[in-house]
Design a protein around this ligand. Structure first.
Ligand SMILES: CC(C)(COP(=O)(O)OP(=O)(O)OC[C@H]1O[C@@H](n2cnc3c(N)ncnc32)[C@H](O)[C@@H]1OP(=O)(O)O)[C@@H](O)C(=O)NCCC(=O)NCCS
Length: 190
């Protein structure tokens, strides 16, 4: 059944999300492409993940449906001379895939972080077509492929690098409408 996207919202994680976080964070389908994310096996691990990873993080939000956690969007800010930019990451519980939920969540995240992180980038394994499609739909620009760029769960991977620069937007950054329809970038999508 198609989810009504008006039920989707972002908020910080809470300890009470532990069962829901274990549900998607304990699923290898979701975690096998997440760098540095060890698949969760117990509720205690989920609680520790929320306490030690999510809560102190500069910008990690729970993707929620009716306030229940079903995934996350993360902006990893750069530091020093790289502080203008952030790396964008996300994941969603498998039972909700293919309904546009992550695309909506990332668009919402962009509208919230652009003032702090005007230059966003994202790195996606070449074989992760669903994730590339999300970035295409949001309006990220595909920059190219970095060959044998990093280790992901024990394998060295070619990574597609994407960017979304606030300077590419022509009007008021606070407008959700602009984030939803970011210039003409989406026209050339596959
Ligand atoms: C990537 C992920 C977040 C996408 O979430 P989602 O909510 O299903 O994404 P959306 O529904 O917004 O968009 C997915 C798009 O990819 C497309 N897609 C899915 N599988 C695909 C494939 N194998 N090849 C090409 N396109 C594919 C869908 O058809 C959809 O495009 P459409 O709307 O044009 O039909 C989800 O699959 C996930 O959590 N994967 C594991 C974690 C992950 O990969 N995180 C990103 C790491 S870079």
């Amino acid at each position: 059944m198609q989810t009504d996207l008006s039920r989707i919202a972002l908020r910080p994680f809470r300890l009470s999300d532990a069962d829901d976080v274990l549900s998607f964070g304990g699923d290898d389908q979701v975690t096998r492409v997440l760098r540095g994310f060890k698949t969760l096996t117990t509720k205690d691990e989920a609680l520790n993940f929320i306490k030690n990873v999510c809560s102190p993080h500069p910008w990690r939000r729970s993707i929620c449906i009716d306030d229940r956690s079903i995934g996350f969007v993360t902006m990893f800010p750069g530091s020093g001379d790289d502080r203008h930019k952030a790396d964008t990451g996300y994941a969603l519980a498998a039972r909700y895939w293919g309904q546009g939920i992550t695309t909506k969540a990332v668009k919402t995240a962009l509208s919230q972080v652009f003032k702090d992180y005007p230059d966003l980038q994202s790195f996606v394994a070449v074989e992760n077509k669903a994730s590339q499609r999300v970035l295409d739909k949001v309006g990220f620009q595909r920059e190219g492929v970095l060959r044998k760029y990093l280790y992901l769960k024990g394998d060295i991977k070619d990574m597609v690098v994407y960017s979304f620069l606030s300077s590419d937007l022509s009007n008021d950054l606070s407008s959700d409408e602009l984030i939803t329809h970011p210039s003409s970038r989406d026209e050339g999508r596959p």
